[in-house]
Ligand binder design. Structure first.
Ligand code: 2HA
Ligand code: ZN
Length: 277
């Protein structure tokens, strides 16, 4: 009968955790990942589900369009570093009830635990992205990316300013983050407040920057979500180095708005016009 670990989606989920750890983005229990399963994923994995699923646990948030969905999710307080050695103790599959306000664990977290402390943000963002992309987006990823965090220590916490800085620091950033980034001011991690603010921004933008904390990205699959995180962090790295090399002043020799428009035309993408001048 094989094991659940032969299922491609579980392998891909685990691989993404490893890739993030390899980047140095997941100190201790930092960062988290969730994936909204397809019907086929659920069908294959169901044979490995627990005979007795966990109790239903009510969440502080709810979403009509996520009734009956299943998610693969990292565990609260669990280290992404341990996902590959002991997946069954560090990740879980949760089922959402028919009211869209409670979950129960149907596989994983065998030694106890619950979904990531940021599950409210993942949940509301899945709801917003499912709606915004007509069901296409399935992955939400949170990482503690150091250069993104560094930039939030020195730049005004404004979505337009961050988007323009990231787009203009490295040529290909605009291709993979055409909607731009939204900036969330400092808020308590795991709170309903940060979940509502983030999901609101992610209904419009491709990624959210959490001030002094990290980033949240979305994607249709693991590769695109991970690639987006890498692209944003790479641009933030260039921006940070540039600011340091330029005595802390905003550089005046960057990609121009017209050049951004040329990129959009050449690659047939639609840049968020709100952020162009
Ligand atoms: O999962 O990163 O933001 C731990 C965190 C909370
Ligand atoms: Zn975090």
């Amino acid at each position: 009968m094989g094991t659940i670990f032969n299922e491609r989606v579980i392998e891909d989920f685990m691989l993404m955790c490893k890739k993030g750890v390899d980047q140095g983005w997941h100190e201790r229990n930092g960062g988290n990942l969730s994936y909204r399963m397809t019907k086929d994923d659920v069908e294959y994995c169901a044979r490995f589900f627990k005979k007795h699923p966990g109790e239903w646990v009510e969440m502080p948030v709810s979403a009509n369009n996520l009734k009956g969905e299943f998610f693969i999710v990292t565990g609260s307080g669990k280290f992404l570093e341990n996902v590959n050695t002991e997946p069954q103790n560090n990740i879980a599959i949760v089922e959402i009830n028919q009211t869209g306000n409670s979950y129960r664990i149907v596989w994983g977290l065998d030694q106890g635990g619950k979904p990531t402390s940021e599950f409210p943000t993942h949940f509301l963002t899945h709801s917003a992205r499912k709606m915004a992309t007509d069901g296409d987006n399935r992955v939400i990823y949170h990482a503690h990316t150091p250069y993104v965090v560094a930039l939030t220590n020195v730049l005004p916490l404004e979505s337009e300013l961050f988007t323009r800085m990231l787009w203009k620091s490295a040529t290909e950033c605009c291709l993979f983050c055409p909607g731009g980034v939204g900036v969330v001011p400092w808020m308590v991690p795991g709170s309903t407040e940060i979940a509502e603010c983030t999901s609101d921004l992610l209904s419009k933008y491709d990624a959210a920057i959490w001030a002094f904390h990290g980033a949240f990205v979305t994607g249709k699959d693991f590769d695109s979500a991970f690639g987006l995180m890498q692209t944003i962090e790479k641009s933030a790295m260039v921006a940070t180095i540039t600011l340091a090399a330029n005595a802390g002043k905003m550089p005046n020799q960057t990609i121009t708005d017209d050049q951004l428009r040329e990129m959009a035309k050449a690659y047939n993408i639609r840049l968020n016009e709100d952020f162009l001048k």
